[in-house]
Design a protein around this ligand. Structure first.
Ligand SMILES: [Ca+2]
Ligand SMILES: [Ca+2]
Ligand SMILES: [Ca+2]
Length: 376
């Protein structure tokens, strides 16, 4: 009897030791400072489109909190940094290739407004300490969008996405008020000199470290403060300001991730990713994106609106595909309306918010009509 109890105790002590050792082993890499790799970024050149100059004029300032040790994982990157549009090798290739700070965009124009969708990609959603559950995942994506009033050039709305939820920011005089969706509050813009200004064209957003949720810089969840003189301070003391690259300026991964300004490049989703989605080459296991819902309204019928990046690294009971895709824009993540803010924002905002003043639903040169392959 005594021997059996002793054997049980030894058995449980052994199991506990194995668990503790493997927990330590699986977290050991978090202790190491993540260094910039030597293999150059393998991404394709950026694509431009006729309205790219408008996108450049309104290019956002991105205040990204970074972790002092693992800050490289908080750098926004092109999603083909390893030379392919395959999602499920990005966790592994993260350590091998340089990242190239990139902001993806898609722009739609109506008779009265511009709608500019932005997408930020990180190869890893990460955490300091993992317990083998869904606290980290391969590939991470989040979106935000600005709405510009054409008659005076003002940015009248900022919409941001954080962890499958979203927020709307606007101001008195924008003609945009709460209705079915609540307006969270005001947002910040800066002028071409980097100074906060109501008429500034560059919206300011804050991006979290690790989970990479996006908020307006005036939101209560923002961990950066942008001052009247354009200076800024991160709550944690560690962060990067990603700003649009100047003409001829080289865009490259920063060697230091705890402070400083980093130039980013702009790349067109409409020119680069949309043709692949339209032709069925972008979604499914082994491709870049996955987990699609259909979106259709009176304007467009998209059979596949991918919700996630494709991935194969374990991230919990809901499978490994994670990180929001560049097309998955809406106020919720629900089937039926997901994609509405990407493909038909003029209609979607008018459904969810109280909008007064001139607001056209008629697009100029709508680029997503060529969807014959998806029509049924
Ligand atoms: Ca890849
Ligand atoms: Ca993988
Ligand atoms: Ca998949």
């Amino acid at each position: 009897m005594k021997n059996r109890r002793k054997r049980s105790l030894l058995y449980f002590a052994g199991v506990a030791s194995v668990l503790i050792v493997s927990l330590i082993a699986s977290n050991a890499h978090h202790l190491a400072r993540v260094r910039k790799p030597v293999i150059p970024n393998r991404g394709a050149n950026v694509a431009r489109e006729p309205l790219t100059p408008i996108v450049e004029q309104y290019a956002p300032l991105i205040y990204a909190a970074t972790e002092r040790c693992g800050g490289r994982q908080d750098i926004i990157s092109n999603n083909d940094f390893d030379g392919d549009l395959t999602g499920n090798n990005n966790w592994e290739n993260f350590d091998r290739y340089e990242l190239k700070p990139t902001v993806y965009y898609a722009i739609l124009e109506t008779e009265t407004h511009y709608f500019i969708s932005y997408h930020l990609f990180h190869p890893r959603d990460w955490n300091h300490f993992t317990v083998w559950l869904n606290d980290t995942h391969e590939n991470d994506g989040e979106n935000f969008q600005v709405v510009v009033r054409k008659n005076d050039g003002r940015v009248v709305l900022l919409w941001t996405q954080a962890h499958y939820r979203s927020r709307v920011y606007s101001f008195a005089g924008s003609g945009i008020e709460s209705a079915a969706t609540r307006v969270t509050g005001n947002f910040q813009t800066v002028d071409s000199n980097g100074l906060p200004s109501e008429s500034g064209t560059h919206a300011c957003v804050f991006v979290e470290s690790q989970g990479h949720g996006i908020y307006g810089t005036l939101d209560s969840s923002s961990e950066v403060r942008v001052n009247a003189d354009g200076s800024y301070r991160f709550k944690s003391g560690s962060g990067l300001l990603f700003r649009p690259a100047r003409a001829g300026e080289e865009v490259k991964e920063p060697a230091i991730t705890s402070s400083g300004e980093v130039a980013y490049q702009l790349d067109s989703i409409t020119m680069k990713l949309w043709p692949l989605l339209r032709d069925g080459k972008l979604t499914g296991d082994g491709k870049l994106l996955d987990g699609s819902y259909r979106y259709r309204d009176e304007l467009v019928d998209i059979k596949e609106v991918p919700r996630f990046y494709d991935a194969n690294r374990f991230s919990g009971p809901l499978r490994s595909d994670r990180g929001i895709s560049p097309f998955a824009l809406d106020f919720s993540f629900k089937r039926g309306t997901l994609g509405a803010l990407f493909f038909n924002p003029a209609k979607r905002y008018a459904e969810r918010l109280k909008i007064t003043g001139s607001w056209s639903r008629k697009y100029v040169a709508y680029p997503f009509v060529d969807v014959a392959i998806f029509g049924s």
